[in-house]
Design a protein around this ligand. Structure first.
Ligand code: APR
Length: 232
């Protein structure tokens, strides 16, 4: 990256993992075309039928265990490694592919690999298959849930993310449809901070008009090229 003072904030969405073989949410055959959010991704769904919610996340955990990071994940891990402390990687994804590529993103929607006790708030590493009757290792209550953020819940680490956006000189959104807030509003926060903004996507997102620049194409091609440009 030419300018040493660059402070880069990168937001990723399901599109960065599409070429690894994981479905996105809102594409034609996406997850929300096959499951109803109100059945599997809200606190009310969990209260109503925890076994159904666990089955949905057990399926997603099993899927995520079969895929590998792609060239886009690897390129971002290289960028973070070459400029530690100046790149903030935020992901909406819960699939663990950024860590598998060697990066440590801020997981604003939690992690499939994480388990949370709905009763005492204890967190631990989930087993591949979780069930409602699994006792919490801390309090023993059978109120375990996946440590992911559901619709209607506050995303994690928002203070840290907003602090990074307030100092950003460059903001990139990669593989996200810009339909879910607060993540879809991060580009506005970055613009307010005076950052240059880039959208990297297969096509234009719902908030494409807000971005200064668009790199259209599959992430496994566009992201490595963009990182090369930054590291030149
Ligand atoms: N390369 C780049 N972008 C891609 C690719 C690809 N190979 N394939 C798909 N995309 C783009 C799509 O064009 C779309 O804009 O990725 C985006 C995926 O959008 P969504 O399916 O809505 O996923 P995302 O934006 O991450 O959803 C946000 O919604 O359901 C919640 O919690 C869930 O974190 C998720 C949030």
């Amino acid at each position: 990256m030419a300018k040493e003072h660059e402070r880069i904030v990168i937001l990723t969405g399901a599109g960065i993992s599409a070429e690894s073989g994981l479905g996105t949410f809102r594409d034609k055959h996406g997850l929300w075309a096959r499951y109803r959010i109100e059945d599997v991704a809200t606190p009310e769904a969990y209260a109503r039928d925890p076994a159904r919610v666990h089955a949905f996340y057990n399926m997603r955990r099993a899927e995520a265990a079969t895929v590998e990071p792609n060239l886009a994940h690897a390129a971002l891990a290289r960028l973070v490694a070459e400029h530690p402390g100046r790149v903030t990687l935020v992901t909406q994804n819960v699939d663990g592919l950024h860590e598998a590529a060697g990066a440590t993103p801020i997981h604003m929607h939690g992690r499939l690999a994480g388990a949370l006790c709905h009763g005492c708030g204890h967190r631990w590493e989930a087993s591949l298959v979780m069930a409602p009757e699994d006792p919490c290792p801390a309090c023993g209550r059978a109120m375990t849930r996946p440590d992911v953020v559901w619709f209607g819940e506050m995303p994690y680490h928002m203070e840290t993310i907003l602090e990074a956006l307030a100092e950003a000189t460059l903001f990139a959104a990669i593989g996200t449809s810009g339909q879910v807030y607060p993540a879809a509003g991060f580009v506005e926060e970055a613009r307010l901070a005076g950052a240059h903004t880039v959208e990297i996507n297969l096509d234009r997102s719902d908030v494409a008009h807000v971005f200064d620049r668009h790199l259209i194409g599959p992430a496994s091609e566009t992201v490595p090229a963009w990182v090369e440009e930054l590291l030149a």
